[in-house]
Design a protein around this ligand. Structure first.
Ligand SMILES: Cc1cc2nc3c(=O)[nH]c(=O)nc-3n(C[C@H](O)[C@H](O)[C@H](O)COP(=O)(O)OP(=O)(O)OC[C@H]3O[C@@H](n4cnc5c(N)ncnc54)[C@H](O)[C@@H]3O)c2cc1C
Length: 438
């Protein structure tokens, strides 16, 4: 019987945690190294009755790996489906806040969408979301509601995002059935569709991981270098040299590129080419906000608004604002206005007030404001992304694995899925080695 392998995981975000939990359940000894608190971008702050999601806040009913991760961590019962308010979504159209749906479209646009549902056609490799939307539903839809939707997910233009990576299930179904109408009907029905979250915030994931794996599995250090010698793998931090039978790098792509530069230069080159959108995220509370109740609003780029959109955080997550207040999350920056990601708190406050007045006709009091900066918020799955990722992962030697949201379209579910896949790969390699030795 072989001894348990020691696997060092670099990065304790969702990808690193998913990998650690899987390897732990398979029987490996796991060490997770990260200079920051576990959870990575998925982090919840609590102050004076105000619960702030620093990064991600929710996932969809199709985020299978997130449900699997919650279940493996024993927190499946903390997953909640957001209430009716979550389906009230707004977009800015011709300078006004309108409910997303037919009301946001002109008659010509409604006709374009209705007929586009039945239009048949392929989704070639590398096709952008804009090409897909414009080809099916018309330019006005692609640059209006389509643009707003992508702004909300990637803070990028639909022209910058690859269809097959952004919407893999829909793309596969359209390739098989031709029209969007037939494709949507063919998608398997799983749990009730909608938006899901953790009742007390995403911080629940790291908390459960610490409880399951033991605080001793986590090391608070930055990895400076990884290398290999005759006996196996070595991970260097400022304090320590750690030996491992396998390494799983679960950082964002630029750090992974740096760590792999000498070991696997081709993979490092591929990783360097992955771009991220920059964001400043303003979390704020107000006693007198006049926005309608709902999920929030997004704006297409063509509307030239001073921010990308605003999530009505305490409407969709009740109990997350201090008494008498509503809590909001507004986004600035993105690939098309990167300089806005560096705006200072004063400029952000002014924009929040001006935009509230422009969209509601009323003044608002910003009672408190927390600005979080994410110079690399979300990886952008640009046209060619699927092939780039396949090429990167294909170059890795046995014992070395990579995972992160960048392996898919950039969401938490992609991070968790990639963590599971990378962990399974390392475990399979270990099992094969043990068999060969025996
Ligand atoms: C504002 C915002 C809102 C978002 N909203 C959503 C949402 O609602 N739903 C959704 O699905 N996704 C959302 N996302 C995306 C989501 O947050 C990410 O997909 C996911 O959390 C990334 O997980 P990860 O494990 O790949 O990377 P990360 O969370 O970035 O974790 C990587 C970890 O690696 C560590 N690290 C870096 N360098 C080193 C080193 N040298 N040594 C050791 N450790 C290192 C970092 O400290 C970090 O903890 C959002 C992102 C942002 C920024």
């Amino acid at each position: 019987m072989s001894t348990a392998p020691t696997i060092v995981i670099i990065g304790a975000g969702i990808a690193g945690i998913a990998a650690a939990v899987r390897l732990n359940s398979l029987g490996a000894t796991v060490r997770i190294i990260d200079p920051e608190p576990a959870g990575g971008k998925a982090h919840t702050l609590v102050r004076d009755g105000w619960r702030i999601e620093v990064g991600p806040h929710s996932f969809t009913s199709r985020a299978e790996s997130m449900f699997e991760l919650a279940s493996e961590l024993g927190i499946g019962d903390k997953v909640i489906k957001l209430g009716a308010a979550a389906s009230n979504r707004y977009i800015v159209s011709r300078g006004r806040l309108v409910k997303a749906g037919p009301m946001a479209l002109s008659l010509a646009e409604i006709w374009g969408v209705a007929s586009g549902m039945f239009r048949r056609g392929d989704v070639p490799a590398g096709m952008s979301v804009r090409e897909f939307l414009a080809g099916r539903f018309g330019e006005a839809f692609a640059d209006g509601p389509g643009d707003a939707m992508l702004t909300g997910i990637w803070a990028a233009s639909p022209a910058e995002v690859e269809m097959e990576t952004a919407f893999p299930a829909l793309t596969a179904a359209v390739r098989a059935h031709g029209s969007v109408f037939a494709a949507v009907r063919s998608l398997p029905k799983g749990r009730p569709s909608g938006t899901y979250a953790f009742d007390e915030g995403m911080g629940a994931i790291a908390e459960a991981a610490r409880a399951k794996l033991g605080a001793g599995s986590f090391m608070t250090e930055e990895v400076g270098r990884i290398r290999r010698d005759q006996a196996g793998w070595l991970v260097e931090t400022r304090e320590k040299l750690q030996r491992a039978d396998g390494i799983l790098v679960a950082t964002h792509a630029p750090t992974a590129a740096r760590l792999l530069a000498d070991l696997v230069p081709d993979a490092a080159d591929g990783l360097t080419g992955i771009r991220y959108s920059p964001l400043a995220v303003a979390h704020w509370i107000a006693p007198d906000a006049a926005f309608p109740r709902g999920f929030g609003w997004l704006s297409p780029f063509r509307e030239a608004r001073p921010m990308l959109g605003t999530l009505f955080s305490s409407d969709i997550f009740p109990g997350r604002a201090p008494a008498g207040m509503r809590a909001f999350t507004s986004m600035f920056g993105g690939t098309r206005r990167p300089d806005d990601a560096t705006l200072d708190a004063q400029a952000i406050t002014q924009r929040l007030k001006d935009e509230h007045r422009a969209l509601t006709g009323k003044e608002v009091t910003v009672a408190d404001l927390q600005v979080m900066r994410h110079p690399r918020a979300v990886p952008i799955p640009e046209p060619g992304h699927a092939r780039r990722v396949e090429a990167i992962l294909g170059t890795l030697p046995p014992g070395l694995a990579l995972a992160g949201a960048w392996c898919g379209c950039g969401a938490m579910n992609d991070a968790a899925a990639a963590g599971f896949v990378a962990a399974d790969r390392l475990w399979r390699e270990h099992a094969n080695r043990s068999e060969n030795v025996a």
